[in-house]
Design a protein. Sequence first.
Lengths: 277, 309
Amino acid sequence: MATAGKKEKRVLWIISIPMAILALSCVYPVYFALNNALKDNRGYILDRFGLVQNPTFDNFVQAWTRSNLDTYFLNSVVTTVGAVALLLVVSSLAGFALAVLRFPMRRLIFIVILASLMIPVQVVLVPFYQTIIGLGLLNTRTGLIISYTAFFLPFSVYLMTSFYAGLPRELVEAARIDGAKLIQVWWYVMVPMGRPALITLGILNTLYCWNDVLISLLVLQDQRTLMVGIAALRGEYTTNVPLLSAGIVLAAAPIVILYIIFQRQIVSGIAVGAVKG
Amino acid sequence: MSATAARPATARPVRKPKKASYGSRAERRFAFLFVLPAVLLVLVFRIIPLIWGFFISLTDWSGLGEAEFIGIDNYAAMARDPNFQDSMVNTFVLLATLPVWIMLPMLLAILIHQGVPGGKLFRAVYFFPAVLSSVIVGSIFNVVLRFDGSFNALLGMVGIDAVDWLGNSSTALFSLIGVQLWATFGMSLLIFLAGLSTVSKEMLEAARLDGAKLWQIWIFVVIPSLRPIIEFVAVVTTIGVLTNMFGLIYVLTAGGPGTATTLPEFLIWLEQGRLNRPGYAAAISMVLFAFMGGIAYLQIRIMSRNANI
């Protein structure tokens, strides 16, 4: 961008002050959750905003065991891992076919998959719920895995298709060899070639599945995932804030770790749709 | 500038002219096999339910037993339902705030790109709330925005009187909107930064040599060349506010007080589950779909144009 003059530099310094305050607000949740999670209830009531005086880990123990967060955590891990794995397989297979192979109705199929973006879960809430019941998937982790895959699929297919379509032409033609070897071409050529896009999708879909509430509320009613469990920790009138905070720390920890390790991939994944669009 | 101009210069030209040249039989057969799982999932869980939902919306079905065909009665009932009307008013208030959702991250992105002190750190930190679940954000703000919460304590230090942000029907909706904006602006900011990196350097230098001030360059050079990005952010944000606020409403306000923060997506869930009126819920879904349709059409057009297939 154009270089700033001396006076303009001073203005930028002044502008950076409100921007720094905004940045502080963005990390405030970390302070809120960690600080309150380490207080006991009495300590919280005596001093709600200040730093913790006598740190205790009781809230974590209580959240994990008595509030059933251990079960919810397991449910979240199983459904997130299952759905992300399924999403990667289904979308790279579809992307391979749509971008590389030649077959009738290719463009139509691509448009139909994209068009389903227009149908978020709220728009089909009632019939979707009936479909889940009809297929015997209600209150099963398998049901939630399949539901996540169905609702997060279009963007994944889009990204894999446009990634494979951007590969060098010669490679694509070489991949169009005959016969049943196409499965091997997918596994030995397309999956390794697609790694950057697959990693991005893996991370983004992990965020979406782990953070979901609505689909999980519908499909896994009697077992709960972590986010539904956290929502339930919040009482209507009286909330045990230290206990809730401990739950938040446990529920957010995997995502925060992912954010710290894969920040670059998350950023490029978010940006890819835009610069291409 | 057209939307395609934002494409990196290395990308191949737009799709080649269509020919009816299909691969061998085996290639065709395997291609169908490969797209089958994706097509089936989308058909069974989204497209067929959409059609089925339309038929449910024409009945008085209560979730169990026989459904009776009642024509457009559900739709007529909406016109008399104060809850539905309130949810529509709330939606329009929400949509009226969209310029802020677009301009705030754009302004911040321009400032960071311009090299505001601490810009790199800001970029990383601003994005942090966007990776947190809406349940986590909502649970924290449910405590922070209470009458005796830390937000009012902070305002008290600068002499502003405490407000019951979530319990007061005149502030609850704006609190909900504010929290969602705070939680997601980092995402749009990243998109704007990606767009800014494609703005032509020569053009900026030329403007600079002509003696243009920084703010003039922003308004007359930078922002016009960001047009495709602005369009994209506008579409994605609109879809986001129409369909991604359930989690936050669920934990922050539960739609209240009264119907002050009830949006259609939350009302659909209430009618379907707690109020056990799936027929009516399906009808509200159709209205939401009509809202979505036009906006999502734009998004799909942008995406399919750029997928290069």
